[in-house]
Each structure stands twice: as structure tokens, then as C-alpha cells.
Design a protein around this ligand. Structure first.
Ligand SMILES: NC(=O)c1ccc[n+]([C@@H]2O[C@H](COP(=O)([O-])OP(=O)(O)OC[C@H]3O[C@@H](n4cnc5c(N)ncnc54)[C@H](OP(=O)(O)O)[C@@H]3O)[C@@H](O)[C@H]2O)c1
Length: 317
């Protein structure tokens, strides 16, 4: 077993399919100080049991479950960070919490009298608040590696997710605040694409202003087994199951074990440099690690990055 005992790791959405597998790989690689940041205590405890039943570990392992990390509730996140033992800062942070919002229409979260599109909130804004609170509480080591769960939807996936495109700062803000009367009809997959797109802008900005940190956006490629799908009606669950069965068979998606192994590799610093957005090659849902930015030129628009970052300052309290 490698010795990585001096590194402390925080993982949000830690009871998720890929996060659990990531944790198993980290333990195999000698990481023995991991905080599972979850929104529901009992789900976190079940996940912890499952992890401990399937890996070898020694007495030095500290695998803590801390609840309250609900990405749609800024105040809950602030309280949850307060519950973390402050003796050591985190060296590695995996922002893995999030999922699609399956609904017929746009949903939103209201914060300080302002509306925010819900998929963007739970995939990006909650993570931003986690980062801010870790920093504020001196829980982030000066050279920490932060990995944001990405997704190829940020540059579009033909036949599955429309390429996110924002003509101007105004069009991005109108989308996030659901202001525009010309918003496209709500589509949960397109919405997750936009949430991963803004995650990419966020990573680029954070990497720029925090040169001592390593901030990487990473997708291991399309992966089956997401626990969030279990909340769908039975018919839709079956459709997704069949679709993933077929895609796994065709090599277009992979198991959560494989996805988790790749995330662990990224967390350990083996994939991705600061500011990079790494995912599958153009036109593919799975494959060699490839920078995503050239696949959607909007990811390079500095004005989008700036307006997004400025719009997040209301969460910095
Ligand atoms: N599956 C893929 O093809 C794929 C590919 C690339 C990247 N990703 C990204 O990788 C991450 C993990 O994906 P996965 O497939 O492992 O999904 P998953 O099994 O559904 O796990 C998602 C996790 O996020 C948590 N979560 C969802 N909404 C939340 C909220 N509002 N507040 C707090 N926690 C919330 C869930 O907690 P609860 O159990 O409490 O709901 C769960 O722990 C996601 O960010 C996903 O977008 C997925």
C-alpha cells in the first residue's frame, strides 16, 4: 500500500455511485483521512459501510461522515462546514455532489430575493459555497487540489445534450436567473450541460485567481449506475437502464467502478493540470483524456467567466 497518510480529503456527494468507488480507490492507495460530506446522514452511513465491506483498510483509517451538505441550501452548507474538525486543512477536495433536475419545466432556488436555475445551483453554486466556506474556516491547504465533477455536456453531446451557447453576458445571466422570455423549452439533459459549462467557467476563474491551488474540471466519461436515477418513475428508470446497458456493451459508457477509479486518479494528481477541463474526445462520450475547451469556444469567453464569478459574490458571506 502506498503511503499517502498525510493527505486529508473531502468529498461532497460522497454517497453517490462514483464517489463511493473513488473513495475505495483512494483507500487502496493509502489515503486514510477522508471526510464524506453528504446531505443525509443515514445515506452517508450506508455508503461508509459499503465501502468498508469492500476494501482492505488498517486501524489508521479515518472515514468520517458529515451531513448537511445540501447543495441547494447555502445556510445548511455553512453549518455543515462548521461541524468539520479544524485540526488539519484539506489537501484534496472533490466537488462531486449534483445531478440533473428531472422536471417538465425550469425549477429555481431563491436566495436573497434572486432566482437561480436549480440545476446550476445544485451542480455549481453549492460547490462554490463549499469552497468559500472551507477557505473562510482555514480548511483548505495552501496548495490544495480541487476537482470539480465535469461532464461532456459542457461542450454538447450529439443526440443527447445540446451544446451550451451564450451570445453575451446578458444571455448567460438571463438563463441563470430565468429572466429571459426566450428561454428554450426546459430539457433536463440540456440543463445539466449548462451546469457543467458554468462549472468549467468557474474552474478557469478559480485557477486564475488562486495560482497556488490546483483546480481541475474532470469527467471520466459517460458512466452508468448514478444513484440519482433511482428517484425517477419506474418507466424512466427502465429506459435509462436499457440505454446504459446498451451503451456499456458498445463501449460508449462505463461502470461506476471504472469512473470512480478515473476520478481517484485525477484527485491523486495523475490527470489534469490547474485550469484544465478534461473529458472524452470530440464527438465521444468516453475515451482518451482530452481538453474540452476547443470543443465549445464559449468556454473561452472571458466576459462570461467574469460575469459568472461576479454573480457568485452574493454567496461569499
Ligand atoms: N454519470 C455520468 O455519466 C457522469 C459523467 C461525468 C460526470 N458526472 C458527474 O459526477 C458526479 C457524480 O455522478 P454519479 O453518476 O456518481 O451520480 P450519483 O450516483 O447520482 O451521485 C450524485 C451525488 O450527488 C448528491 N446530490 C445530488 N443533488 C444534491 C444536492 N442538491 N445537494 C447535495 N447533494 C446532492 C447525491 O446525494 P443524495 O443521495 O442525497 O441525492 C449523490 O451523493 C455528478 O456531479 C455528475 O454530474 C457524471
Amino acid at each position: 500500500m502506498e503511503n499517502n497518510t498525510n493527505k486529508r480529503v473531502l468529498i461532497t456527494g460522497a454517497n453517490g455511485a462514483m464517489a463511493k468507488e473513488t473513495i475505495k480507490h483512494l483507500i487502496k492507495h493509502g489515503y486514510n483521512n477522508i471526510v464524506m460530506a453528504v446531505r443525509t446522514k443515514h445515506k452517508g452511513e450506508i455508503a461508509k459501510r459499503e465501502i468498508l465491506q469492500s476494501v482492505k483498510f488498517d486501524q489508521s483509517l479515518r472515514l468520517a461522515v458529515i451531513d448537511g451538505f445540501d447543495m441547494n441550501h447555502p445556510e445548511e452548507i455553512r453549518k455543515a462546514v462548521q461541524k468539520i474538525d479544524k485540526t488539519e486543512p484539506f489537501d484534496i477536495v472533490f466537488l462531486a455532489a449534483g445531478f440533473a433536475v428531472f422536471s417538465d419545466n425550469y425549477e429555481f432556488i431563491t436566495y436573497k430575493n434572486t432566482r437561480f436555475e436549480k440545476t446550476v445551483f445544485q451542480n455549481l453554486i453549492g460547490s462554490h459555497i463549499v469552497y468559500v466556506q472551507l477557505k473562510r474556516n482555514e480548511l483548505l491547504s495552501k496548495t490544495a487540489r480541487i476537482v470539480m465533477a465535469g461532464g461532456e455536456g459542457a461542450r454538447g453531446i450529439s443526440g443527447m445534450i445540446k451544446k451550451p451557447h451564450f451570445e453575451s453576458k446578458k444571455s448567460l445571466m438571463d438563463y441563470i436567473h430565468l429572466k429571459s422570455e426566450s428561454l428554450p423549452k426546459y430539457n433536463p439533459m440540456n440543463a445539466i450541460g449548462v451546469s457543467k459549462f458554468v462549472g468549467g467557467l468557474w474552474v478557469k476563474k478559480l485557477a486564475e485567481i488562486e495560482p497556488n491551488l490546483e483546480v481541475v474540471w474532470f469527467s471520466p466519461g459517460l458512466t452508468s449506475g448514478s444513484s440519482g436515477l433511482k428517484n425517477l418513475p419506474k418507466v424512466k428508470q427502465t429506459v435509462f437502464k436499457l440505454m446504459f446497458g446498451m451503451m456499456n456493451f458498445l463501449g460508449k459508457s462505463q461502470s461506476p467502478q471504472k469512473g470512480g477509479e478515473k476520478y481517484a486518479d485525477c484527485l491523486m494528481g495523475n490527470i489534469g493540470k490547474s485550469g484544465e477541463l478534461i473529458g472524452a474526445p470530440e464527438g465521444k462520450t468516453l475515451g482518451g483524456y482530452t481538453e474540452q475547451t476547443p470543443m465549445n469556444s464559449d468556454l473561452e469567453k472571458i466576459e462570461l467567466r467574469e460575469i459568472l464569478w461576479n454573480s457568485l459574490t452574493i454567496f461569499n458571506a
